[in-house]
Design a protein around this ligand. Structure first.
Ligand code: CP
Ligand code: NVA
Length: 302
């Protein structure tokens, strides 16, 4: 049987994704007395781009479950000397029980998954960041209850994190109102644009109106053309999440950002460091959500 990969939020059935987030919340509440269900198992982590949270959350999560992690940076592997992704995948996947990969190109993960006997997890590509959004939805439910029927506003760049949010809207039954400069919407979202639950608003204030959660991310992601940076900062300036914009949302709305953040660009310091911000819970929940995912993919859940 082919390995169950997690390259996209689409790779788990919506009902299973909802259960997985509930499992993660239950395990977080229970604390660390869940035994060591992944004792003897190992996770390879292949980071072709920088990371703080993703790497630490996977390593710490594996340790808490009793397993081990093998962290690989590109220079430390034979990929740097031209070994193919396919041969690398056959070798690593024969020894490890799952492989989490961060790369610019989504195709590298598809190539790896096509040749790896072990499941492959998307630790961020330019297309999606599904592990992030598992943690984000978990954070909303933990702090504000059911997300079904609620309105979430995405303000800013329609990037990898946004695309995973678009898929989450259908799985969890909420509305994702997106406000992004139209030129970037056409450039970046492709067939995700018409997913169930996704709505488009020209004005950030219209997207934010009565939202239970406002989310944003950097305006220039890893892998975006360096030369486009200045243009992007100019084009996205009206899409900053300010206190004024937060005031359009529900009074109990939360502010989310996957981090790292640029204060004074996509978000005002008073918002990300203010009372409505839940970014540190979001960061911690990366570990809890991924523990549930690892149990699922390694066949040790429930
Ligand atoms: N949010 C996130 O993926 O952070 P890192 O880039 O630090 O892993
Ligand atoms: N959109 C950002 C997310 C970083 C975690 C990037 O891809 O750089």
């Amino acid at each position: 049987m082919a390995a169950q990969n997690y390259l996209s939020f689409r790779d788990l059935a919506p009902a299973r994704t909802v259960e997985l987030v509930a499992d993660a919340l239950a395990a977080k509440r229970k604390g660390r007395d869940g035994g060591l269900p992944l004792r003897g198992r190992s996770l390879a982590l292949l980071f072709l781009k920088p990371s703080t949270r993703t790497r630490v959350s996977f390593e710490a999560g594996m340790a808490q479950l009793g397993g081990a992690s093998v962290v690989l940076t590109p220079d430390a592997t034979q990929l740097a000397r031209g070994e193919s992704v396919a041969d690398t995948a056959r070798a690593i996947g024969s020894m490890c029980d799952a492989v989490a990969i961060r790369a610019s190109e989504h195709g590298i993960l598809e190539d790896f998954a096509a040749h790896s006997p072990a499941p492959v997890i998307n630790a961020l590509t330019v297309l999606e960041h599904p592990c992030q959004v598992l943690a984000d939805v978990m954070t909303f439910i933990e702090l504000r209850g059911d997300i079904a029927g609620r309105k979430v506003a995405w303000i800013g760049d329609c990037n990898n994190v946004c695309r995973s949010w678009m898929l989450a809207a259908g799985a969890f039954g909420f509305t994702l109102a997106i406000s992004c400069p139209p030129a970037y919407r056409d450039e970046d979202v492709g067939d995700y644009a018409t997913l169930p639950g996704v709505a488009w608003e020209d004005e950030p204030a219209a997207a934010a109106a009565d939202a239970a959660c406002i989310v944003t991310d950097v305006w220039h992601s890893m892998g975006d053309d360096e030369q486009s940076k200045e243009r992007r900062l100019r084009d996205f300036a009206p899409y900053a999440v300010t206190a004024e914009l937060m005031a359009k949302a529900r009074p109990d709305a939360v502010f989310m950002h996957c981090l790292p953040a640029h204060r004074g660009e996509e978000v005002a310091a008073e918002v990300i460091d203010g009372e409505q911000s839940v970014v540190w819970t979001e960061a911690e929940n990366r570990m809890h959500a991924q523990k549930a995912l690892l149990l699922e993919l390694m066949g040790a859940s429930r």
